[in-house]
Design a binder for this molecule. Sequence first.
Ligand code: SF4
Length: 501
Amino acid sequence: MIRQDVNRIDAKRRAMLDYKKKQFATPTYKQQDYPYRLNFYDIPPTAEITLEQFEQWAIDRLKILAEIEACSFRNKTAAETAAHITPLLQKFLPLSANTSSASGAADQRLKNERQKDHYSHFILRLAFSATEDLRRRFVRAETMLFKFRFQQDDSKERRAFIESLNLDWEVVSDEEKRELAESLVNATPGLRRLDDESWYKVDWERVPELVERRSVYLRKGKAYVPGREQLSMIMAEFTARLDRAMELTSRALPRLDEDDRLTPILNHLSKNFGSAESVYSEGEGVVDGAPITASSVDHLSQHFPLCMRSLHMTLRKNNHLKHFGRLQYTLFLKGIGLSLEECIVFWRQSFKGFTDDEFNSRYKYNIRHAYGDVGGDVNRRGRGYPPYSCQKILSESGPGVGQTHGCPYRHFSVDNLIGLLQSTGVHDKDVLRGVKEDVEKTRYHIACNRVFEWAHKAEIKKVKEDGTWSQTDLDTIVHPNTYFKRSYLLKQLGKPSNTNN
Ligand code: SF4
């Protein structure tokens, strides 16, 4: 792994260093023991891991960060966020307390968990240090993750961890406390007696959040922070260190271009922040036992996300779709489990103005190609191309005149988008206002999830209450085929199975 020794050098020396020369100092192997559950990620990992671990660990962490960010975008409360990410953390990035380790096997599990946490953090640092926007989002999501874990930590272990950080917080002496008694009490809401609290003195820039909230007494450039605000101080410290580390990583990044094993993985990861495409595997959108045939597509389209609904509506209106729309829609239909034969029937019946010969010569080959039935790419023979993820649809070039592919949240004007939503039955003013806000902030898939949650409100409430679906079954949708499958299954609740609904 890449070392960042410059990070632990004092500020004056650091300013004089030539990072291009120093950032890849020969790594010295250092065994990490992980005595604490929490980690400030000051020391980069240097032991070897496999390329598979490198990628999979990063994907697992990315999934967590993307969900944390989505919760924040959707203004979920701290309690809602905790309820949402706890099972995801358990699944993708568990991190147990020392007290859970009572045997040799448990010790090893603890170490494995902490190693994965440590490495995945550093891998994503590399992936997200390229631009200021990515750095900012990464630091924000990581800080939220750290805060969540900090609050969940066993209090004894948490205290030991804080002591291990050697933070240069100066404890305010009793004498100074008495001298500033009135100011300290006035600046600490709810405090009755001076002796009920202890204070730390830190440079005021290190606790901007507390300064902004006017929760600290300021004097001669120092903030007097009450012990109860320890969480804020720790968070500020975590963020500040990570901000600095990300800066250094971004300067080191050009050298990494030389590594053609890691660069494609890192590029792929950075493209998927917010809509972690990699967690979708081919075939995942198929609903076992559902009647997916050419003749059922009209009926099933009520469960389609807006991108596919829009394509379907245009197809029915014009009896035709242009190439990219056909491709996007064909791959989606393949992803929901429509067989190649049924897909050909579907398109043949939909293209009403064409003779069989015209259809066969102009369109049939492309459908077969999408399914991998024909075509030159040996690797894809028999499988064809995977259905497009939101990330792919959102990032590829949008539709031109007469085209309908893409994502309506991203590629339609706001008026057209709202009109389309209304034509599909979304009339709730709050939802439409929320969608507009999401779109303005370029949070397209959040808008899509907002509509999904509204359209399935009763069903989601039910599966949550009766516990039949876990939180991981209800994570943020980042793939049109996940949208379909989830919608279909939710709307099937309480109906006899194998019905065409
Ligand atoms: Fe389709 Fe994804 Fe856009 Fe929703 S966010 S409409 S699923 S591309």
